[in-house]
Design a protein around this ligand. Structure first.
Ligand code: NAD
Length: 393
């Protein structure tokens, strides 16, 4: 079949196998061109490994640190005439390249929140790796079935306290619209914390520590976003921010637990990039389209892979981490730099459908979005008749 993008709101329901592979190749090429990460981990478990920041972390671990990687993700295999999800193709492409490099690689596709998947990971690590030196927790999910209570929690993306009337970008139609977002109630906020907060990260550490699979000096990192006051009403001061605050609590609890083995848990504050998860948050696409233009103009723009390479090379394993008062690794200083945010504050009230092309990098945003699904990548033949079940990538 000829595979074309089919965009529905903020997702694309098709993915291109060769395009996804090309996207993985480009990220590997970037890491290879930058050279190795000195003192990096050798055995890494990544929860949320198939796309966005988790995939970039897996690529840096493997191709920057020569690490064996076990990835956990929740992706859809191809079925009948439907393509697989992009992450499924990303996983196949990554596995082939890591194996060709002589690196151990294994991927578990299933619900990372479940005890069953944790048990599978434990058995795989015990049999194949012995222990791990790093757990990267990079999950982004709208729902979580709690493994103890069986309750299905659904995260909501809502402000707290009062409604938020704000501009957003309809990427598909290239128009700036306003939306009214009603505040979350207590139950919705608690559900969002249950899904995107730190409890599951702690459950992973409990399970791995209980099985004796954390090596001495083992590190673990979970990713968060803080951003600026332009997005605070829908992010940091909203339901998602409450969940992310809970990661800080979990990091403290895990640190106390890892003391015996000299281990360390940290939350890393990352910059805004286009991923499947971030595309779903109202306001963020408009913020990102403006931000990319400002940061590209100022020469400080980074893609996912550049940013994670810097995280590993300077903060997690390098000697110059920037750490804030809460103990978080701060990688977002370039995004939050006064010259970037002053320009963002100037443009924000001005931006409208008519001047999007002038004030925002709409084309860059769209290109990044399509790339997530393997589309719009140079050198890929999009007229090729492909079997969507193609797994040799
Ligand atoms: P993403 O949508 O690209 O990736 C999410 C990953 O989670 C995928 O690998 C997916 O398969 C996996 N996943 C989802 N539900 C799962 C489940 N039940 N079981 C197993 N795997 C599951 O998202 P992303 O934007 O890379 O987000 C990763 C982390 O980075 C999140 O914590 C997010 O808050 C954080 N972060 C993102 C940004 C941004 O701008 N995108 C900025 C800062 C921090």
């Amino acid at each position: 079949m000829i595979i074309k993008p089919r965009i529905r709101g903020f997702i694309c329901t098709t993915a291109h196998p060769r395009g996804c592979a090309a996207n993985v190749d480009a990220q590997i090429a970037y890491v290879t061109s930058q050279g190795g990460v000195a003192g990096g981990p050798k055995r890494v478990l990544l929860v949320g490994a198939s796309s966005g920041y988790g995939l970039a972390s897996r690529i840096v671990a493997a191709f920057g640190c020569e690490a064996a990687t076990l990835g956990v993700s929740f992706e859809k295999a191809p079925r009948d005439s439907r393509t697989a999800s992009a992450g499924w193709y990303n996983n196949r492409a990554f596995e082939a390249r890591a194996r060709a490099r002589g690196l151990y690689v294994e991927t578990l596709d299933g619900d990372a929140f479940s005890d069953a998947v944790k048990q599978q990971a434990i058995e795989t690590i015990a049999a194949d790796l012995g222990q791990i030196d790093l757990l990267v927790y990079s999950l982004a999910s709208p729902v979580r079935q709690h493994p103890r209570t069986g309750q299905l929690h659904r995260a909501v993306i809502k402000p707290l306290g009062e409604s938020f009337h704000v501009k957003t970008l309809n990427v598909d139609k290239a128009i700036v619209q306003t939306v009214d977002l009603a505040p979350a109630d207590e139950a919705e906020t608690a559900a969002t914390v249950a899904v995107m907060g730190g409890e599951d990260w702690e459950f992973w550490i409990d399970a791995l520590a209980g099985a004796g699979l954390l090596a001495d000096g083992c590190r673990t990192v979970s990713y968060t976003y803080i951003g600026s006051e332009l997005t605070w009403p829908i992010y940091w001061h909203a339901t998602l921010g409450k969940a992310k605050e809970d990661l800080d609590r979990a990091a403290r609890a895990i640190n106390a637990q890892l003391g015996d083995i000299g281990g360390r848990a940290q939350v890393a504050v990352l910059k805004a990039v286009v991923t499947q998860a971030s595309a779903a948050i109202p306001v963020v696409p408009l913020y990102n389209a403006l931000l990319f233009d400002v940061m590209k103009t100022q020469g400080s723009h980074e893609a996912c892979i550049d940013h994670i390479y810097r995280l590993f090379g300077t903060a997690l394993y390098g000697g110059s981490p920037e750490v804030d008062e809460a103990g978080r690794l701060r990688l977002d200083a370039w995004e939050l730099a006064a010259e970037v945010q002053d320009e963002m504050r100037r443009r924000w009230p001005l931006v409208s459908t008519g001047n999007l092309g002038e004030l925002a990098d709409l084309e860059g945003y769209r290109a990044d979005f399509l790339k997530l699904f393997g589309f719009g990548i140079e050198g890929v033949d999009y007229d090729e008749d492909l079997d969507p079940a193609l797994s040799e990538l």
